[in-house]
Ligand binder design. Sequence first.
Ligand SMILES: Nc1nc2c(c(=O)[nH]1)N[C@H]1C(S)=C(S)[C@@H](COP(=O)(O)O)O[C@H]1N2
Ligand SMILES: [Mo]
Length: 187
Amino acid sequence: MADRLPPGQRSIPSFVIYRILGQPRIDIKTWRLSITGLVENPVSLSYDELVNMMDKKITRDFHCVTGWTVEDVEWEGVSMKRLLEMARPRENVEWGYIKSADGYTTVVPYKDLASEDAMIVLKMNGEPLPEEHGFPARIFIPHLYGWKSAKWIVEIELMDKYVDGYWEALGYHERGYVWKDQRFKEI
Ligand SMILES: Nc1nc2c(c(=O)[nH]1)N[C@H]1C(S)=C(S)[C@@H](COP(=O)(O)O)O[C@H]1N2
Ligand SMILES: [Mo]
């Protein structure tokens, strides 16, 4: 349904794989996802712990800022809401700075991180996340562009101040809201 696409997007049948900093090697026995920074209760979870917490399955489109959209992808994992409840963010939190095992980083407003459909994805289309799509886990916030969906995620640091991630440092938007065409920073 082309009319449901955000401005400037066209539908393609399958994902284009990106790994701008290469494919990291992950040891699933030692890998953890941490929520750090301005929190009352820092969280650190193993893959098995996350699998046992799975509480969310949604079908949503995926929008890359270069103009392609893959429609109707099934995403399954742990809601960010639940993880944030565990971490108990402080009142002055404004941003989430997201770090991956390959050194990739990105940043999202806290209100998007805490939004209803924001999640840590462990399964895509019914299968454990393939390595090239970010195994063991990637973050996904459906209404933000795909570069905010960091693969091989290891940490979310909650901050009161904004800092650029990888693409933001090159001029990409602080928020990246797909329905408002927020591709590049306004200067
Ligand atoms: N670690 C990491 N995460 C990343 C990227 C990357 O290069 N490295 N590329 C981003 C971009 S620009 C997009 S559009 C999506 C693409 O997801 P895919 O590789 O699963 O198709 O991953 C995002 N997450
Ligand atoms: Mo992208």
